[in-house]
Design a binder for this molecule. Structure first.
Ligand code: GDP
Ligand code: IMO
Ligand code: MG
Length: 429
């Protein structure tokens, strides 16, 4: 697999990093291509738990290079903190194993501020919040597209940063004071703060597109680590309750400067049930005690914000749509072990809308909010799956659950996650 992209098939937190980590032996370079520190990617190694936000999840492995590519929005404060924390835990992080695209956009202090103030204001005005992570992601991508952003490479030109900050704040300060009733931001202070990270980041800066294309030509194997999930994609997700980037497979090409013709394989990561953090429609959501029980069993609390994740049954309509949009060749089904002990399991096979059955994820948010899931009810199992490493050793009901999902999505399930640990993965043909 010279170049493979890993994509979340639901609303994020599918276990992307755990699967990536398990596949590390087959990879030379791991690339983050979109999003920023809104991501929370967990890898568990023995008793150690690592939560990655900006640094690609491959950093724990020796002889791998991690790349934060141009499509990402990078909060320098968070990146420097994450690197220092990793170093503090004995992980080597330097130019030999982490490269930062000169073309990536910076998340500025005012992006985080506006993200949080905008959410707060919506709440105060009785409007529906998006439920963002507050990491400045939306405002940073807004500035990128409005051509008002500041890029990593700009950190090498202090006078230019100062000019850009002054320009941006001349528009932003009236908004801060008049609309949000906040104090003005001082351009010199913001400039000084952002430039204080230049020294730490300069050694990592690179033309990562050139690096990746040369690596491919040299026969290196690339793995693109998607963040978020298909239903959070700004084009294909449940807009406006989405993130501000393309988390689907297509984003890997624009977000890295590697041609889509060279990204040959897509692996979809899908949880054996469904979760969502933040607001927005969720057809198979379980409310009350049932949802709470699944949340506790699955440890479904956000890695970035600590918020409880909303939980629900597996939704084949959503995953079929996600598999199509990213053209996934295979799936990794994670957290099936969490379903142990459920007497019966429900799988959503289609939706009913105004009395009619639909098997396609609707674009109209109003429709997504009002669809009624059609469920197939299947038997559960009691056995712990934690130590199982072969599909044939799974209880018959668990095998049947996997096969039913495979049939409904129409994509082979090549990996099955049965625990947090690195080796808790079943490989199938
Ligand atoms: P990501 O954002 O897609 O990388 O996923 P997160 O790290 O946000 O959330 C996935 C959570 O499930 C993490 O706590 C993982 O350690 C855990 N996890 C991943 N795969 C499995 C699995 O197969 N079984 C269990 N029990 N936990 C898993
Ligand atoms: P990983 O990579 C789950 C959600 C937020 C919110 C919406 C917009 O760990 O799967 P944003 O801060 O991006 O503007 O928030 O997107 N969200 C995620 N949900 N996993 C993530 O990342 C997410 N990143 C953003 O909760 O609903
Ligand atoms: Mg996550």
């Amino acid at each position: 697999m010279p170049a493979t992209v890993i994509v979340g098939m639901q609303w994020g937190d599918e276990g992307k990093a755990k699967v990536l980590d398990a596949l590390a032996a087959e990879i030379d370079i791991v690339v983050r291509y979109q999003g920023g520190a809104n991501a929370g990617h967990t890898v568990v190694v023995g008793q150690e738990r690592y939560a990655f936000h900006l640094v690609p999840s491959g950093i724990l492995h020796e002889n791998k290079v991690c790349v934060i590519a141009n499509g990402c929005v990078v909060d320098p404060q968070q990146l420097v903190k994450e690197i220092e924390e990793l170093r503090g835990r004995g992980i080597k992080v330097d130019r030999t194993n982490l490269l930062l695209s000169e073309r990536a956009q910076l998340v500025m202090p005012y992006h985080k501020l506006v993200d949080q103030l905008s959410e707060k204001r919506k709440e105060e005005h009785g409007q529906k919040k998006i439920g963002t992570t507050g990491r400045g992601i939306g405002p940073a991508y807004v500035d990128k597209v409005a051509r008002a952003g500041i890029r990593v490479v700009d950190l090498l030109r202090p006078d230019f940063v100062k000019l850009r900050v002054q320009q941006r704040l001349s528009e932003l300060n009236p908004l801060l004071t008049a609309v949000y009733k906040e104090k003005e931001l001082d351009a010199d202070t913001v400039t000084r703060e952002i430039l204080s990270y230049a020294g730490a980041l300069k050694p990592l800066m690179a033309d990562t597109a050139a690096y990746l294309n040369k690596a491919l030509a040299d026969g290196k194997r690339l793995l693109f680590e998607g963040a978020q999930g298909t239903l959070l994609d700004v084009d294909h997700g449940t807009y406006p309750y989405v993130t501000s980037s393309n988390s689907t497979a297509g984003g890997a090409a624009t977000g890295s400067g590697v041609s889509p013709r060279k990204i040959e394989t897509a692996l979809g990561i899908v949880k054996a049930y469904t979760t969502r953090v933040g607001a927005g429609p969720f057809p198979t959501e379980m409310h009350g005690d049932a949802g709470e029980a699944l949340r506790q069993k699955g440890g479904e609390f956000g890695v970035t914000t600590g918020r409880p994740r909303r939980c629900g049954w597996f939704d084949a309509v959503c995953v079929r749509y996600a598999a199509e949009v990213s053209g996934v060749d295979a799936l990794a089904l994670t957290k099936i072990d969490v379903l142990t002990g459920e007497k019966e399991l429900k799988i959503c096979t289609g939706y009913k809308l105004n009395g009619e059955t639909i098997d396609r994820f609707p674009a109209d948010l109003h429709a997504v909010e009002h669809v009624e899931p059609v469920y197939a009810t299947v038997p559960g199992w009691e056995e712990s799956l934690a130590d199982i490493r072969a599909f044939e050793d799974l209880p018959p009901a668990a095998q049947a659950y996997v096969l039913q999902i495979e049939g409904l999505v129409g994509t082979p399930i090549r990996y099955i996650g049965v625990g947090k640990a690195r080796d808790a993965l079943i490989r199938r043909g």
